[in-house]
Design a binder for this molecule. Structure first.
Ligand SMILES: [Zn+2]
Length: 591
């Protein structure tokens, strides 16, 4: 390494830190496999605490504060034990603090790069709290209420302590939950089986691709180090076929995650790697459960990764080449993992804010990727995603315009722009609301449901080839709280058993109403000239609502609430009047 001190150099936008490449069970010759990763440079004070993250090393089980940790000022200042992966770092809490800090910041930076804008947390604070030894439990979780991530530790099978804060994929998985929650707060609410599964599946996908984006890990899985330099080593052609790569890379990682973390992570990866493609798999009752269902999403994405990788390696060589250099295989694998993670994060902006299905997610991924990476020739990611999702019965939502196959339909042509100001529409919610209001018929908004624009964000996205795309993404939702007869009028009849249940509750039929909330909403994607490109939405009184109510009832999640008759008039009044009386006054479940 050079003598340049990255942290002390105010001009350098990045600095480097050592992290555990996967988890302490992935070792070589008695040492833990480590990685050196770039993260955004910033002033870090003891905690460590920076502008987006605060490590609070408090153990709530033992009710003990381990104190503030001071991180080394630069990569060169790190203890050599950290860079070598000495087993002693498993008990070095200062290193644990660096490991979680680096992985959370790296994941945040990955999201901000992909989305082309700054990203907040779901709560009203700049810093996410991280407890690296938060509880004595074989678990880790994201808590929006506690505004943070809590990592547990437990006694492993070998008798020694196991720290989830040292597991790359666990840390990235929980950070992804937090970032996804900030972007799509409704995805944590009950809606349909896919939406709950998506939170888990998406967090797993970003975590696994984050691990595979490290050349250190890929190289280790394909061919454990021998002392020879990677550039001098090769892999046989038969070992780069998709089946072989799946065994060496996916199963290899699942195995290496080791028994210690088995209940937590390893077996989840193994289970999704083992899912045999079957277009009817999502109809199987076993896959109605959110985690199981999420594994189908993981399987489809990871199979696409393997297929794209295998194809790419072969393309880099000659047709009859029998062996391929390990160094380039590793580099291509890490590049494809990185590109695929970026593609999926970008897709979030193109997903409806409510009632997401796997079909929606795939369509959003194909559409947003077409926008920023029109040419798919190099990795063929869209091709392989389509192919692998179809193998699990997931196909893009059929677009109305055949020319736009696999992508969302373009926004309608007949929109009015003359009453809105483009400059304001890039940041002003009221201006975007006016645009919605002026175009409510063309955009199929229901005027008798409450509507609100929740965010407006200008973005600047950069493709891998330097291609730059400017977009503005605005998000809105609609909500209506309707009595059973009002639902029926809109063709959203709740399940019969539910109606009987409501009837049983009703003592004074004239006094109060029992209402059920239905939600709709959409995202508006504007181009750099302020024209609407895409309107991705779920109609509040759309056909999916009936199925949604049935699912919620069967899951025991469909609730009614008593609403005073005094609110009745207001509840059914027009959108305009709802705003006038401030719909937030309703003491109802919040958006
Ligand atoms: Zn999770």
């Amino acid at each position: 390494m050079g003598s340049k001190r990255s942290a002390g150099d105010a001009r350098s936008p990045v600095r480097y830190m050592s992290i555990v490449a996967q988890d302490p069970s992935v070792t070589w010759r008695g040492r833990i496999l480590m990685a050196k990763v770039p993260i955004p440079a910033e002033d870090v004070i003891p905690g460590p605490m920076g502008y987006r993250v605060q490590v609070v090393d408090y153990d709530s089980t033992r009710q003990y504060f381990h104190g503030s940790h001071t991180l080394p000022a630069s990569y060169e200042d790190e203890p050599k034990a950290w860079q070598r992966g000495d087993p002693a770092i498993v008990k070095d809490f200062q290193f644990h603090a660096q490991n979680v800090y680096a992985l959370v910041m790296k994941t945040l930076a990955r999201f901000e790069f992909a989305l082309g804008r700054r990203l907040g947390w779901s709560f009203d604070n700049h810093q996410l709290k991280i407890a690296p030894h938060g509880m004595f439990d074989a678990n880790a979780f994201y808590s929006p209420v506690e505004e943070g991530l809590v990592f547990g530790y437990f006694k492993g099978l070998s008798g020694g302590p196991v720290f989830t804060a040292l597991s790359h994929d666990v840390v990235v998985h929980e950070t992804t939950h937090a970032l996804l929650d900030a972007l799509r707060e409704r995805y944590m609410m009950p809606s349909n089986p896919d939406q709950a599964a998506f939170h888990e599946g998406f967090s797993d996908v970003i975590a696994l691709l984050s691990v595979f984006a490290l050349p250190e890990v890929v190289g280790h899985l394909l061919a454990p180090p021998t002392g020879k330099r990677n550039s001098a080593r090769t892999i046989a052609r038969k070992d780069i076929e998709p089946d072989a790569l799946q065994k060496s890379a996916l199963f290899g990682l699942a195995d290496q995650m080791g028994n210690e973390l088995d209940g937590l992570r390893g077996s989840a990866l193994r289970r999704s790697a083992e899912l045999v493609p079957n277009p009817k798999i999502l109809d199987d009752p076993e896959f109605a459960e959110a985690h199981r269902r999420g594994e189908v999403f993981v399987a489809a994405v990871m199979q696409a990764f393997i297929a794209a990788w295998s194809k790419r390696i072969k393309e880099t060589g000659l047709e009859n080449q029998t062996a391929f250099p390990l160094a380039s295989i590793v580099e291509e694998g890490a590049d494809i993992a990185d590109a695929l993670a970026t593609l999926w994060i970008r897709a979030l902006d193109y997903m409806p804010p409510v009632h997401l299905t796997f079909q929606d997610a795939l369509t959003a991924a194909l559409t947003s990727d077409t926008q920023v990476r029109p040419d798919d020739q190099r990795f063929k990611l869209r091709h392989y995603l389509k192919e692998q999702f179809a193998a699990y019965g997931i196909t893009p939502v059929a677009a109305e315009q055949p020319a736009q196959a696999d992508c969302w339909a373009h926004a309608p042509e007949n929109l009015r722009y003359d009453r809105v100001r483009f400059e304001s529409m890039r940041s002003d919610k009221d201006e975007v609301f006016r645009f919605l209001w002026e175009n409510r018929d063309a955009l199929e908004l229901q005027p008798d449901a409450y509507a609100k624009v929740t965010s407006v964000r200008p973005c600047l996205r950069t493709g891998i080839d330097g291609f730059v795309l400017r977009e503005t993404v605005a998000e809105y939702y609609q909500v209506a709280r309707l009595t059973p007869p009002e639902l029926a009028e809109r063709n959203i009849s709740p399940p019969r058993e539910f109606l009987a249940h409501v009837k049983g509750l009703k003592a004074e039929p004239d006094d109060d109403d029992f209402v059920t909330a239905v939600y709709g909403g959409g995202v508006l994607i504007f181009d750099e000239y302020g024209r609407l490109k895409y309107h991705v939405h779920n109609k509040i009184f759309g056909s999916q609502q009936k199925a949604r109510l049935k699912y919620l009832w069967e899951a025991g999640l469909l609730t009614v609430r008593i609403e005073s008759a005094a609110y009745r008039q207001a509840r059914l009044s027009t959108l305009h009047r709802m705003r006038a009386i401030d719909a937030r006054k309703f003491p109802l479940e919040g958006w």
